[in-house]
Design a protein around this ligand. Structure first.
Ligand code: IMP
Length: 423
């Protein structure tokens, strides 16, 4: 059996949580391969809203097994809070959730370092979620990190102490005003580690290889979006992992030739949280309307998301980097009733019109060139069949499919599971 991938194609928050939730009934295993509690996957069903951070969205499905791969970074404190959230729903996570021994642990001092590093950058700050993601991946590549497997050894606290001491020196080096009470944070952390250790740690690459041999279907669930990829995103305003398809191979131990379908999710418009270039960003009342109607506030930080028109130059680029085989368009319902719609099809760059993403997309380098469309006026949220779609929506979808040369198989018209239309 091949491993299918589900990836966000913009700057995150495309609605992956909802789609994984819809897709999981087709899969035996759902696996997360990168990122950490900087992600916030929102699911909504039976009128209840849930936000998951590190735990795969398959946890709400009775039969799915949920794997947290080696590419993920885990904050025991946040993780345990997430487990407590699941307790309310009587979910037997102890039998449905397994974690890679090779996943790295976010320490309290990683969070502090994240805050110190951001504060020292001043105006050049990344807009990090301050969950300690960057410093944890730095320790991973610096070969200093603590992995879940280490927590099974008696000596792990010695390693912890040495690393936390080093972090404190680094925090002081940043010379910014960060107030903290480390003993208090550590007490909470050590307690959470003990709870975490009650779960099953595995060698996830071996587990997934065996599962494939036994004919189990696997869905790898991405976090963040392709434009936040450490290599292919809008560096340095990116996250610290590979959010693109290749990240699923390194973050789970799946070989490239084992990848099957690549589902790419995008919003009918574009949003971004945090700093960094965003060529189609709107600063007028149209952008404000998108934010308001689309409830564009971060699931993790509560920050208002920046909004703008769909950027096909960027979307084509991320479809290519990921080898997307099927597209899913989210939040078309948000645009209902807008006067006109615009889609960026090219950039003006150094006096020329280009249709590829250049090295630098800062506003002083690129000016978007738009195609304009009539917008649909109908409320899409009650629609359940493509035959109900207004002609303006069909024109929009047909245009995007033609430009991207990939079919749009799913159109989502609201947050609920039932508001998902297959074409
Ligand atoms: P970090 O990964 O917390 O360091 O944040 C780096 C950048 O990625 C910031 O601009 C964040 O706003 C952005 N980011 C991180 N996680 C998410 C996410 O799940 N959705 C959208 N943006 C994210």
């Amino acid at each position: 059996m091949a491993v299918d991938l589900l990836l966000g194609l913009q700057w995150g928050d495309e609605g992956k949580g909802k789609i994984v939730d819809v897709l999981t009934s087709n899969y035996d295993i759902v696996a997360r391969f990168q990122g950490g509690p900087n992600a916030g996957h929102t699911l909504e069903f039976d009128g209840i809203k849930h936000v998951l951070r590190t735990i795969p969205s398959g946890i709400f499905h009775e039969k799915s097994m949920n794997v947290i791969g080696n590419g993920v970074v885990i904050d025991p404190v946040v993780f345990v809070q997430e487990l407590e959230g699941l307790d309310k729903f009587d979910i037997d996570y102890k039998s449905k959730l397994i974690l890679s021994r090779k996943a790295h642990v976010i320490l309290p001092t990683h969070r502090l370092l994240d805050a110190a590093s951001e504060a020292s950058k001043g105006k050049a700050k990344i807009g990090s979620t301050l969950k300690g993601i960057g410093p944890t991946y730095m320790d991973k590549t610096g070969r200093n990190g603590i992995r879940l497997g280490d927590l099974e050894l008696n000596t792990w606290k010695d390693k912890y102490r040495a690393l936390a001491n080093k972090h404190e020196e680094l925090i002081a080096f940043h010379n910014v005003d960060i107030q903290y009470n480390l003993p208090e944070m550590e007490a909470e952390f050590f307690k959470a580690v003990e709870t975490l250790k009650e779960l099953t740690f595995i060698d996830s690459e071996e587990y997934l290889q065996q599962a494939q041999k036994n004919g189990k279907s696997i869905l790898a669930e991405g976090a963040q979006g392709s434009l936040l990829d450490i290599d292919f995103g809008t560096y340095p305003f990116v996250t610290s992992s590979n959010t693109t398809a290749a990240g699923a191979c390194t973050g789970l131990g799946v070989a490239p030739n084992q990848i099957g379908e690549v589902f790419g999710i995008f919003k009918a418009y574009t949003t971004r949280v945090g700093s960094g270039p965003f060529p189609t960003e709107l600063f007028d009342e149209v952008g404000a309307e998108m934010a308001k109607v689309g409830h564009e506030f971060g699931a993790v930080t509560g920050r208002a998301r920046r909004c703008g028109w769909l950027d096909l130059v960027a979307l084509k680029y991320t479809c290519q980097v990921n080898g997307v085989t099927q597209l899913m368009m989210m939040k078309g319902d948000v645009l209902s009733g807008f006067d006109k719609l615009k889609v960026c099809t090219a950039y003006k760059y150094k006096g020329e019109e280009i249709t590829h993403l250049p090295y630098n997309i800062e506003p002083e380098n690129v000016t978007p060139i738009y195609s304009e469309f009539d917008c649909w006026k109908e409320d899409l949220t009650k629609m359940r069949e493509p035959s109900q779609f207004p002609k303006e929506l069909n024109t929009y979808i047909d245009f995007l499919e033609k430009e991207l040369e990939i079919p749009i198989k799913v159109v989502s018209v609201g947050p609920d599971r039932t508001q998902t239309i297959h074409r």
